[in-house]
Design a protein around this ligand. Structure first.
Ligand SMILES: [Zn+2]
Length: 74
């Protein structure tokens, strides 16, 4: 079900966070009124950070396991 931007009236797809026409926020609680930073933004950035932290941990562990496997196989 499409939604309409309250600011410019443009039709936007359901679930859109920002109006593609004027950039107005359509959903999400605003953490900081001045910058328009929302909890959704915070969660997105946090997930991105954890993703890279996860990669930084997982890749060396996998490499170590691979080396160990090759070593054990002689
Ligand atoms: Zn708009």
């Amino acid at each position: 079900m499409p939604e309409f931007c309250p600011k410019c009236g443009a039709m936007v797809p359901d679930g859109t966070e920002r109006c593609p026409q004027c950039g107005a926020r359509l959903r999400g609680r605003v953490m900081d009124e001045r910058t328009g930073f929302t909890w959704d933004d915070f969660r997105t950035y946090a997930l991105g950070t954890w993703f890279y932290v996860g990669l930084a941990i997982v890749i060396p562990v996998l490499l170590t396991l691979l080396c160990l496997l090759l070593y054990l196989r002689g």
